[in-house]
Write a protein that binds this ligand. Structure first.
Ligand code: SF4
Length: 351
């Protein structure tokens, strides 16, 4: 199966990887500094935060989150608004809402313990096969196969996989399971992730110092060309109008987005129109007047589309909503797009 020079056994690959990991593991805030098994609550929070987000960004959020809610019981008792507020800037807010919902379910249905079968854990909102396997493997040393983006890259290169992603996912999962250490699945999972993050990097992989170099099929060709990916469709562009409405006291009008779903669900935002699935007409609904466009446009990229946001200054004295003094905006859970708009409209009060 391997194309390496000395025809290694699968055990040899994991044992070489584990020796490398013993002296090269990354220091991460969710890992135990002594190398003891990681608290499953910490694995869970970190894995949810790391979805779509890089390790350097997650570090600070993770440390603040854990110091505020050190256990799943603490998180279950928190208000959703507080959780969203702590999450602001990380994006993909459905992750925060599901995290909060899950904490309540874990306390109520699983007695506050994570020591539950992978399939039970999979029934929780926002928990996919990857997260369930990561908790089982990393926290409980169970023989689950954990495949994140780093692992996908290492495996695709080791085996020079010709199948493009995402179709190759099942094959990669199978191959990663094939070379898994049965004795140390937790360290194996983390070692593969660390190797992908620090050695087998997307650009310029450091093959000369790679412990798996002699087993690797892609090293002599063009490792950067793996994993092969299907061409992505270009994202469509939408345009929307956001109303920066102030009253005669200088307060800004915010509205809570519906909790029932959609973009920015449950977060505070400026009234807007034209870009999401609602057919809101804030000008009529809020009796907005003295509308003046801001010359600059704000650009923001969502998962499925890019947005060009036009900002319009406006006034209203009768609009209902939450009127907030600019210096108090940081007390609210605001999506990154709103922060970008406030950087233009309130440059002195928003970081
Ligand atoms: S030899 Fe190079 S391409 Fe192969 S796993 Fe190591 S770093 Fe990645």
């Amino acid at each position: 199966m391997f194309h390496g020079d000395d025809g290694p056994s699968h055990n040899k690959v994991s044992s070489v990887l584990l020796s490398w990991y013993a002296s090269n593991k990354r220091v991460l805030p969710w890992r135990d500094p002594q190398g003891l098994p990681t608290d499953p609550y910490r694995v869970w929070i970190s894995e949810i935060m790391l979805q779509q987000t890089t390790v350097p960004t997650v570090r600070g959020y993770f440390e603040r989150f854990i110091s505020r809610w050190p256990s799943v019981q603490d998180l279950a008792k928190a208000s959703l608004d507080d959780v969203l507020h702590e999450w602001q800037g990380l994006g993909y807010y459905s992750r925060a809402k599901n995290l909060h919902k899950c904490a309540v379910m874990i306390v109520e249905a699983f007695d506050g313990t994570f020591q539950t079968a992978e399939k039970d854990f999979l029934s929780l909102p926002g928990v996919g096969p990857y997260t369930a396997a990561a908790i089982q493997s990393i926290a409980f040393n169970s023989p689950s196969t954990v495949v994140d983006g780093n692992v996908e890259r290492v495996i695709a290169r080791l085996f020079s996989l010709k199948t493009p992603l995402p179709q190759a996912k099942a094959e990669i999962h199978k191959l990663a399971g094939h070379i898994r250490s049965e004795e140390e699945p937790s360290n194996y999972a983390q070692a593969l992730m660390d190797l992908g993050s620090s050695v087998c990097t997307p650009k310029a992989p450091k093959c000369v110092i790679c412990p798996l170099e002699k087993f690797c099929s892609a090293k002599k060709h063009n490792p950067e060309s793996f994993p092969i990916r299907q061409k992505k469709k270009e994202k469509p562009t939408r345009r929307g109008i956001f109303y920066f409405i102030q009253d005669d006291k200088g307060r800004v009008l915010l509205e809570k987005r519906p909790l029932s779903g959609g973009l920015f669900s449950g977060l505070m935002a400026l009234p807007s129109e034209g870009w999401d699935t609602t057919d809101d007409d804030p000008v009529t609904r809020l009796k907005i007047k003295n509308i003046k466009p801001l010359p600059e446009k704000v650009r923001h990229v969502f998962t499925h589309f890019s947005l060009i946001a036009e900002v319009r200054y406006a006034e209203s004295t009768i609009a209902e909503g939450v009127w907030v003094f600019p210096e108090a905006l940081s007390n609210y859970a605001l999506p990154t797009l709103m922060k970008k708009i406030f950087k233009l409209t309130l440059p002195e009060t928003v970081e």
